[in-house]
Design a protein around this ligand. Structure first.
Ligand SMILES: Nc1ncnc2c1ncn2[C@@H]1O[C@H](COP(=O)(O)OP(=O)(O)OP(=O)(O)O)[C@@H](O)[C@H]1O
Ligand SMILES: Cc1ncc(CO)c(N)n1
Length: 265
């Protein structure tokens, strides 16, 4: 059976990040996609112009309406925007206990614009991290969650990922996309064990939504694969291919999107 996978996230009208990217990544990775919108974001490849939050009560109503009818096989959580929405999502997770929950702790867009209120970082750390199966922070997000300086070297990733599990996250995929070097390396830590996910670094400015794509692909693949490690390695390969395929796109003047392609078979 095709897995039903839910994204809880904000929007990107240019289709590169957020809900729009998640739905494409779900489809391309063999899942049926569903979405609950948490914030309307006026953004494109060049940056964010304005954000309108969806009231927390209505995020909860969207989730309850959906979950009373459909049981998802996995959930990906992205931009939540503020503390009230975080608490609403945490409470719904408690009541419905969906399997395979991935949290991308979105805080700042590639353009530098904030997508999470600074005072909500502690609420995300204390109320949501312990309730999900995997978190996928980038380096600035990991530093913010731990109150540490941002890492500058690949070799430091495993120890920082382990410290994130000490905050209550069951598993951590710490993304090294902001580092330079020949390879693009991330680290996955579960049960104290660390393993690297390495792939070639693609030379491109079409890197808008890479984080959304990776976490969405993991959520889509997890119900179809035996464990988190297999799903994460495969999602990483999918992202590298989508980054390489981005050279065929001509979208916007800034950080362009990756290309989610389907193999018809
Ligand atoms: N040029 C690249 N080539 C290959 N992989 C990359 C490249 N840039 C980023 N990645 C990979 O993309 C994923 C996302 O990494 P990154 O650290 O950029 O996340 P992010 O900052 O959350 O992304 P975004 O905010 O744009 O969605 C990681 O797996 C990272 O290794
Ligand atoms: C809605 C949304 N979520 C996440 C990101 C991070 O790239 C973004 N730019 N927009």
């Amino acid at each position: 059976m095709i897995p039903n996978v839910l994204s809880i996230a904000g929007t990107d009208p240019s289709g590169g990040a957020g809900i729009q990217a998640d739905l494409k990544a779900f489809s391309a990775n063999g899942a049926y996609g569903m979405a609950v919108v948490t914030a309307l974001v006026a953004q494109t490849t060049t940056g964010v112009r304005e954000v309108r939050e969806v009231p927390a009560g209505f995020v909860a109503t969207q989730l309850e309406t959906l979950l009373d009818d459909v049981r998802p096989d996995a959930v990906k959580i992205g931009m939540l925007g503020d503390a009230e929405v975080i608490l609403a999502v945490a409470s719904v997770l408690d009541r419905y206990a969906p399997p395979h929950v991935v949290l991308d702790p979105v805080m700042v867009a590639k353009s530098g614009d904030r997508l999470l209120a600074p005072r909500a970082v502690g609420v995300l750390r204390d109320e949501l991290l312990p309730r999900v199966d995997l978190i996928t922070p980038n380096l600035p997000e990991a530093a913010d969650l731990l109150g540490e300086p941002e890492l500058g070297a690949v070799g430091e990733l495993p120890d920082q990922a382990r410290r994130l599990t000490e905050l209550g996250a069951k598993r951590v995929l710490l993304k090294g996309g902001h580092l330079s070097g020949e390879a693009s390396a991330d680290v996955l830590v579960a049960d104290g064990e660390a393993e690297f996910l390495r792939d070639e670094r693609i030379s491109t400015t079409n890197d808008h939504g890479t984080g959304c794509t990776l976490s969405a692909a993991i959520a889509a693949l997890r119900p179809q694969r035996p464990d988190w490690s297999t799903a994460a390695h495969e999602a990483k390969r999918y992202l590298t291919a989508a980054l390489a395929a981005a050279s065929r796109l001509d979208v916007g003047r800034g950080h362009g999107p990756v290309h989610h392609f389907h193999t018809w078979w």
